[in-house]
Design a protein around this ligand. Structure first.
Ligand code: ADP
Length: 189
């Protein structure tokens, strides 16, 4: 199996690169943001609760996203591997993911971290908001809140994966193709 965590702040390009990586390596894409937005679109109770937080740029509770990931892992037992995109975002999520994978006799191979500076991130997110219609992408104060959540709760995960020797830093500036090549080189190194 090949299990990757695609890591980086909001707007770093995790979704864009995931789409390409799953094609090339035949992996299953697990984006907690996408899963939550699909709960919202379906009008579920979980979706409605999550929306209140997402609209403020605040992380949803760990047990909610861990539950979603657990059920996707259970229903894809014969997968060649997974790309985790936007998950884990807290230490508790990272520990839960390690446990879930170890129950399946596997683990995370790499945490590929896309590095992009703050100015570029805000530009990309505001641009994406114009097309995606995502409410959390169109308001600079919500974007700032998401970056703050990232810096406080998510960035510390770098040390979780460094300690396991799995952290790989990838420059996230350049064309989509260039960044994709860097990711592939790292995976195949
Ligand atoms: P981005 O990477 O641009 O922030 P996502 O789609 O990954 O976009 O996340 C959008 C929102 O969904 C987050 O701001 C947060 O509220 C919620 N969310 C997504 N994944 C998680 C997670 N693993 N833990 C907690 N909240 C999450």
């Amino acid at each position: 199996m090949l299990n990757l965590v695609l890591f980086g702040p909001p707007g770093a390009g995790k979704g864009t690169q995931s789409t390409r990586l799953i094609e090339k390596y035949h992996l299953i894409h697990l984006s907690t943001g996408d899963l939550l937005r699909s709960e919202i679109a379906n009008g579920t109770e979980l979706g409605m609760e999550a929306k209140k937080l997402m609209d403020q740029g605040i992380l949803v509770p760990d047990n909610v996203v861990i539950g979603m990931i657990r059920s996707r892992l259970e229903s894809n037992k014969d997968a060649k591997g997974f790309i985790f995109d936007g998950f884990p975002r807290t230490k508790a999520q990272a520990v839960a993911l390690d446990e879930l994978l170890s129950e399946e006799g596997t683990d995370i191979h790499f945490m590929l971290a896309l590095n992009v500076d703050d100015d570029e991130l805000t530009k990309r997110i505001l641009n994406r908001g114009k097309d995606s219609g995502r409410s959390d992408d169109s308001d600079p104060s919500i974007i700032r809140k998401r970056v703050e959540e990232y810096n406080n709760k998510t960035a510390p995960l770098i040390s979780h994966y460094s300690e396991q020797g799995k952290y790989r830093s990838i420059p996230g500036l350049g064309s989509i193709d260039e960044i994709f090549d860097r990711l592939c080189k790292e995976i195949e190194a």
